[in-house]
Design a protein around this ligand. Structure first.
Ligand SMILES: [Zn+2]
Length: 294
C-alpha cells in the first residue's frame, strides 16, 4: 500500500468514526473500545459529503458485471460523476487493471451475460456533446467500448453550457461506428418515478423506439432510468436490460433485469478510488472462495 492509499485509509476511518459518533449519539462514549466485526460495511470506503443512499461503495452482485456510469468528461463541469479528461483516463486505467471491459455489442437478445472474470461495463448518461468530443478519444486509446444512454428528444440541442449541450445524431452515429452502443434514456429526461404512468410509457418506449429505428433491436434492448428513479409501473419490452443507479441494490441481472445497479467514480475524491475499486473487486469475487473471506 503506497502513501496515497494510507492517507485515503486514514481519512476513511476518520469518516466512519464521525458517522458512528453521530449515530450512537449520547448513549455511548465516543472512545469506547468497540471491536467491530470485519464486515463488508466496516471496510466500505465512504465518500465525504455524499448521502448514504448515493454512496458508491457497493459494486455489483457477486459474479455480475460492475457497471459504472459517467455524465461528462470535461475540464470544468461540476457534477458528482463529471471527470476531467485526465482523471477519466486515470480512472479507466485503474478500473481496467482489475476488471475486463465488456463489449456491449455482445448483449444479444437471448442471453444475459455473466462473465467468467471480473468485468466492467462503462456507461454514459444523457448524451452530452463532450462524450463525443472528449471521452470518445480516451475510450479509443484504451480500447473500451461503452454504452451511451441518450435522451432521444434532446439530441442535437446545442448550448454554450456543457450541461445543456447534447450530441447530434451524426455524432451518435460516429460513436456507433467506433463500436459503441447508443441506447435509450427516455426522450426528455423526466423523473419517471414522479410522472403519470401514461407519460412514463411515452417517454420510455418512445426513446426505445427511436433507438430501435436508428440502431436496431440489440441497442434498443438497453435502457437507463433518468436519476436512477424507477417507477412503480413501467412496461418495458421483454428482454430489456434496464439500468438504475446507486439507488438500485446489487442483485443478479437474472433476478432483476430491469433494476440493474450501477455505481460511479466520485468526482473530487480520486484518493478514494483505489479503495473503491478494491471493494468492487471483492464484491465480484465474493462467492468463488478465492477472496471470499473478508
Ligand atoms: Zn440522466
Amino acid at each position: 500500500m503506497g502513501p496515497l492509499r494510507h492517507r485515503a485509509a486514514r481519512r476513511q476511518h476518520r469518516g466512519r468514526d464521525d458517522r458512528g459518533a453521530r449515530r450512537i449519539g449520547r448513549t455511548c462514549r465516543r472512545r469506547s473500545p468497540v471491536t467491530r466485526p470485519a464486515t463488508a460495511d466496516h471496510r466500505t470506503p465512504l465518500v465525504p459529503g455524499v448521502l448514504d443512499e448515493h454512496q458508491p461503495a457497493q459494486g455489483s452482485a457477486a459474479g455480475w458485471p460492475l457497471v459504472l456510469y459517467f455524465h461528462h468528461v470535461h475540464p470544468d463541469v461540476r457534477h458528482y460523476t463529471a471527470l476531467t479528461p485526465t482523471s477519466f483516463a486515470a480512472g479507466l486505467e485503474a478500473v481496467l487493471a482489475r476488471f475486463t471491459p465488456l463489449d456491449p455489442r455482445s448483449f444479444g437478445r437471448e442471453a444475459v451475460p455473466r462473465p467468467e472474470e471480473p468485468s466492467v461495463l462503462i456507461t454514459f448518461d444523457d448524451g452530452y456533446r463532450d462524450n463525443h468530443d472528449i471521452a470518445r478519444a480516451i475510450l479509443r486509446d484504451v480500447g473500451v467500448r461503452a454504452v451511451f444512454f441518450a435522451c432521444t428528444g434532446l439530441l442535437g440541442q446545442r448550448s454554450a453550457h456543457a450541461r445543456e449541450d447534447y450530441m447530434s445524431l451524426t455524432e451518435c452515429d460516429a460513436l456507433v461506428d467506433d463500436g459503441h452502443v447508443v441506447a435509450a434514456h427516455t426522450r426528455t429526461h423526466p423523473h419517471l418515478d414522479r410522472i403519470d404512468p401514461g407519460r412514463v410509457q411515452d417517454e420510455a418506449l418512445g426513446s426505445i423506439e427511436d433507438i430501435a429505428r436508428r440502431y436496431g433491436p440489440a441497442a434498443a434492448r438497453l435502457f437507463a432510468y433518468p436519476y436512477g428513479g424507477i417507477p412503480e409501473r413501467i412496461d418495458l419490452p421483454d428482454g430489456t436490460l434496464a439500468f438504475g443507479s446507486v439507488r438500485s441494490p446489487a442483485t443478479p441481472w437474472t433476478d432483476h433485469p430491469q433494476s440493474i445497479r450501477r455505481t460511479y467514480l466520485p468526482s473530487g475524491h480520486q484518493l478514494l478510488w483505489p479503495d473503491l475499486i478494491d471493494r468492487w473487486h471483492r464484491d465480484w469475487k465474493l462467492d468463488d472462495g478465492a477472496e471470499g473471506s473478508r
